[in-house]
Ligand binder design. Sequence first.
Ligand code: PA5
Length: 343
Amino acid sequence: MQELTPELMFDFLYNLPEQFEECLQMEFPWVTSLRGNYRNILVTGLGGSAIGGDILRSYSLRRLRVPLVVNRDYVLPAFVGPDSLVFAVSYSGNTEETISAYAEARSRGARVIVVTTGGKLGEMTAQDGYPVVKVPAGLVPRAASGYLFAPTALILEGMGLLPGVRAELEEPVAVLRSRRRNLEPAKPAPENEARAIAAVLKDSIPVIWGSSSTTEIAAMRWKGQINENAKSPAYFNVFPELNHNEIVGFEVPEDVLRRTAVVVLRDGNDHERVKKRIEITREIISSRVKSVTEVHSWGNSFLARLYSLIYVGDYASVYLAMEYGVNPTPVKIIDYLKAKMAE
Ligand code: PA5
């Protein structure tokens, strides 16, 4: 691997739209043979490999006729059986929880599709004869979100379960290409929204709020990217749920609240009542926290809007890493944990 610098992560981010384009060229010759009457769909994976499952869940929520669940565990829910379709997703192919869940799906007789660069999971799948989507190696999992999400949606489309995916994947390519012009390192703040947000988040506890069924997964992604790239704590929650608990926790301790930077992710398709909730919530907290920053989605389709928010967060997390003088790419703590678990 090349030297791990912020430039490398910026390169990965810059090329996200091209990941979607490559996925649109992928062929899944086995897909029609997998058509069937599934009672449920499950995506099993962890971290950067699981978030693609969340994007799929959120995207398909109002289109799929069967439930789609994301599993982040060694074990599978009891409902998984011969009528289930299971995507086992692991960028490295070596994540022990995903390997365990894969083995369980196999023993329960589920239809399994694997998305990976190889590793042990790749070897097991080759032996078991399940279909594999082999994605390009050389990235880090969280930088491969296009490769890890788009094939799962395209496969569901090919199986006749999720219409319109191919057409909808065109728009994020255009929106992200237009977005990246103002997010790249050459662009200074304030035109560079991500850079400006990183300056606000510095020396604070970032709290990212999205809304159920529109921006939830973008908020989750912002949190994970700030953790992994900037090596900083970050938390996320969603409207309307946060109005029923988290909002009460903005009274004390005052010194912590003064260092809390709230980011609200907004989307034109947020529920009208949620829009009102966001305004009222801003009024309640704005004098108590360090800052409240709003980030608005771009584009028309669900995927373009969601990814436009994800993209700003991805870049902001790398600028925050630079503010802290840390390298965004390696995740030494995760590597250490995996190594200790392997002992
Ligand atoms: O971003 C990361 O590196 C992690 O969140 C990994 O995605 C996670 O540890 C799982 O590894 P993998 O994606 O290789 O299955």
